[in-house]
Write a new protein. Structure first.
Lengths: 334, 492
């Protein structure tokens, strides 16, 4: 399976994250073993300058057939639709023109990261560079390739969203395609065209702060152990991703690191409408309630659980280390 | 015979780079370095809540991610006048050092060494080994380095939640208190990395490497030694890499791994593991007021060179033609109107490592000296990190609380893997009114200034040999990559 990887207007962080995948021989060996052939990757390939450009021309003209186009980074349509905010070095042509041409030749097109999926961080503010994703502009279908785009194998763009992606999300997606080409169906994608393999879960699932959440024992300041939802801006109960079921860098995740989930896998995460590290509230109640939960239930449950919070949980939630240990029970758990 | 050669896309650097060379009689006569991507982060930051900078700036760069966070946190701390608890300071240094060393490793194995495996070097005594070990994508060293790097990044899992793009670095410290058991695990990660470095990278203990003080000691040490760094030294000696890549020989370092503070404009020379200062035939005190940026050759609006505290970033949009001399999105930073080089070599020049000073005294800044400085820094920093982990005191605070002022003018200066990184922040009515960033590669890959003086790389490329049928000259690739450029940071 031949893969062509382009870096559009991004930070390269998804590649850096991917290289951190935990595998006994490293992710490049793992991909190669599964038959993934990286024809060109800007951070990894030997080819540079004319050699790289010749390869891109051959791929764009059809002379060099390839299977997968991976695009990392947002697509810059500005200024004034010209795409000149990002010229593919050495070619004199905007990156968006190359992406359009290459996408038309690819069997599958994969957006690596939230920038190439939805526009991402660069599209925030006034979006002066007119940044968008491959097939979405924020949560609006369209983007660079248009809502009706289908790659040669019949699928729309596969959005491996995340800022950055977890290495496992990319590996799972590439291996699913490499080991069973054609078996990856539209039904394997969610409403934002993300692989369901990692979006069937919420960031909340497996959150190590679950007991604090249950009792609404909330962190009040940075480094507190309590639940980050009520005050600290955490969107783990609304964001799709398996971040707390499959750790980052072996042992971590955002909430494990002591800070909020900013829902980086979701379109529009870059413009939350409130400071990222503060929870938006109306009359003291968070506006971003857990997904699928009616407001009245949440209010009632929160009031009840706050009134029933054990002292240990309350005290520990406001500290950066446990100050009260769980009690012991004679005769062991029943 | 003269010709013009444009090289791009320049791969195995972070981000978008195009280099144009004017060649006469088989040598580079002059060079233009173009950063061909503009994203506008400094504009995106305007009117945001000041703490939102901690979400936005790491996303400038996925390889210098936490360095960007560290600079923003330092600027915010400067705005509040906030001291950091000892644990927070130690954890912040560990996080930054983890990223910097991971980047050095990535640069050496993934970006720099694969060029020696090229077919053009077939016939050299070392080529077969270089090909087997370092070839891009498939070299056997990658099967050892990537797992070692992933294990190393577990430090980030513990201390910062994840890498890249974390919110763990805050103006008041770090968000994640380390427990006594986790201290043990952090030390275990460090010990495993140390073992990997000793057996694969150096073929010797880190302490023995750091103690090599003279150039002749270094070559004697490298003779026949099994390790990728000595293998590089063998290749470098054969190709004469000590003789190519000289830039301005003015070296700038903001000081790495501050014991306290980190923002300060004053010359807090002794407060860093690697000192703050400027080297030009000797160490000079650093004065932040001497920094300016010039846009004479960039596709940006602006008149005179200005200090970043007063700078702005406004792209020329329809008016490319209005600035016919422009050829890049990169500004031209200058220190007291001089072209400065920054990076691991600059840090060691300013701090005074005898070996690096000796290499530069002999041949000036070079491909060899830059790579040696990076590898030496790995050997010097790992032992320091072990000390920082031991000094962590579980149960004591990691993060102080603070109130952001409605109005402030502040600066955060840190050392990223690639060198001096500065954030200049102005807060008005509780919002960001101005945000200016000068990244390490903005210094190194600067275009000409208004006086026509070329930037550091542009100087370093002049005089390099270019074969008649070479479309991607090898010497040019070595020199460009010796700076470990990060182009996404450069323009941001």
């Amino acid at each position: 399976m031949k893969v062509l990887w382009l870096q559009a207007a991004g930070c390269g962080g998804c590649t850096q994250s991917l290289l951190g995948a935990e595998n006994r021989a490293g992710v490049l060996a793992q991909l190669a073993d599964a038959g993934v052939d990286l024809l060109l990757h800007p951070a990894l390939s030997e080819a540079s300058g004319k050699d790289a450009l010749d390869l891109l021309h051959a791929a764009a003209s059809g002379a060099l057939p390839f299977d997968i186009l991976c695009v990392e980074g947002a697509l810059l349509r500005g200024p004034n639709g010209s795409g000149r905010f990002q010229i593919l070095s050495g070619s004199g042509r905007p990156v968006i023109d190359w992406v359009r041409e290459l996408a038309a030749r690819a069997r599958q097109v994969i957006a690596i990261g939230s920038c190439s999926a939805f526009g991402g961080i660069i599209s925030s503010g006034e979006n002066r560079t007119d940044a968008c994703g491959l097939q979405f502009d924020g949560d609006q279908a369209g983007g660079l390739l248009g809502p009706d785009f289908r790659a040669a194998a019949g699928l729309p763009v596969i959005n491996v969203a995340g800022c950055p992606v977890h290495p496992g999300w990319v590996v799972d997606t590439l291996l699913a395609l490499a080991l069973a080409l054609g078996a990856f169906a539209e039904s394997d994608l969610d409403a934002w065209q993300r692989p369901r393999s990692y979006t069937e879960q919420l960031v909340h699932h497996g959150c190590p702060r679950n007991e604090y959440y249950e009792f609404k024992a909330s962190a009040e300041k940075l480094s507190d152990l309590g639940c980050l939802m009520e005050n600290m801006g955490c969107k783990g109960t609304q964001a799709s991703a398996d971040c707390n079921l499959r750790p980052w860098n072996g042992v971590g995740s955002c909430v494990r690191g002591g800070f909020a989930c900013i829902s980086c896998t979701e379109p529009g995460f870059e413009e939350p409408g409130h400071p990222f590290m503060e929870t938006a509230k109306v009359a003291g109640i968070p506006t971003g309630l857990p997904i699928d939960m009616p407001k009245a239930w949440f209010v009632a449950l929160a009031a009840l659980s706050k009134s029933a919070t054990p002292r240990r949980v309350r005290e520990n939630s406001r500290s950066d280390h446990p100050v009260i240990l769980p009690g012991t029970r004679k005769g062991g758990p029943k | 015979m003269s010709r013009r050669l444009t090289i791009g896309p320049f791969n195995r650097v972070e981000g978008d780079l195009e280099v144009t060379l004017d060649i006469a009689d088989g040598r580079v006569e002059s060079a233009q370095v173009c950063s061909s991507l503009y994203r506008g982060f400094e504009q995106i930051l305007i009117a945001k809540h000041p703490l939102d900078a901690l979400v936005i700036v790491p996303r400038i760069c996925g390889i210098c991610s936490l360095s960007q966070s560290a600079a923003a946190a330092a600027a915010l701390a400067d705005a509040t006048g906030l001291p950091m608890p000892a644990n927070g300071r130690l954890a912040s240094k560990l996080i930054l050092a983890c990223e910097n060393l991971a980047d050095h490793l990535t640069h050496f194995y993934l970006f720099f060494m694969p060029d020696f495996a090229r077919a053009a070097y077939r016939g050299r005594a070392w080529h077969a080994l270089a090909e087997r070990r370092f070839q891009a994508d498939v070299g056997e060293a990658l099967r050892e380095v990537l797992p070692a790097r992933a294990d190393w990044l577990r430090l980030m899992g513990y201390l910062a939640g994840k890498w890249p793009h974390s919110l763990a670095l805050q103006p008041g410290g770090t968000t994640r208190a380390i427990t006594a058991t986790e201290k043990v695990r952090l030390l275990t990660v460090l010990r495993e990395f140390r073992a990997f470095l000793s057996s694969r990278v150096f073929g010797d203990t880190l302490e023995n490497v750091g103690a090599l003080h003279r150039a002749d000691q270094l070559s004697a040490w490298a003779q026949g030694r099994a390790g990728d760094f000595p293998r590089f030294l063998d290749i470098a000696a054969d190709l004469g890499l000590e003789r190519i890549g000289r830039a301005s020989d003015t070296f700038l370092s903001y000081g790495a791994y501050a014991q306290q503070g980190g923002a300060g404009r004053q010359d807090d020379h002794r407060e860093h593991l690697f000192a703050r200062g400027v080297w030009r035939d000797g160490v000079l005190a650093f004065d932040e007021a001497l920094i300016s940026e010039d846009v004479a050759h960039a596709w940006l609006f602006g008149e005179q060179p200005v200090h970043p505290r007063e700078g702005e970033t406004r792209p020329l949009i329809a008016e490319f033609a209005d600035q016919p001399d422009a050829y890049t999105w990169c500004k031209a930073p200058r220190y007291g109107s001089r072209v400065a080089e920054t990076g691991a070599l600059a840090r060691q020049m300013v701090d005074g490592h005898p070996l690096l000073r000796a290499l530069v005294a002999a041949n000036g800044g070079s491909v060899l000296a830059r790579v040696v400085a990076r590898l030496f820094e790995i050997a010097l920093v790992v032992p320091a990190m072990e000390g920082w982990v031991r000094a962590l005191t579980p149960g004591e605070p990691f993060c102080h609380q603070w109130q952001l002022p409605d109005q402030a003018s502040a600066v955060g200066l840190v050392e990223a893997a690639r060198g001096a990184l500065g954030h200049w922040l102005h807060i008005e009515r509780g919002r960001i009114a101005r945000y200016q960033i000068i990244a390490p590669t903005t210094w190194n890959f600067s275009p000409r200034d208004a006086g026509g003086v070329p930037g550091a790389l542009e100087q370093a490329l002049v005089g390099l040999p270019v074969g008649e049928d070479e479309s991607v000259p090898l010497a040019v690739q070595h020199v460009v990559r010796s700076f470990d450029p990060c182009m996404v940071c450069t323009v941001h």
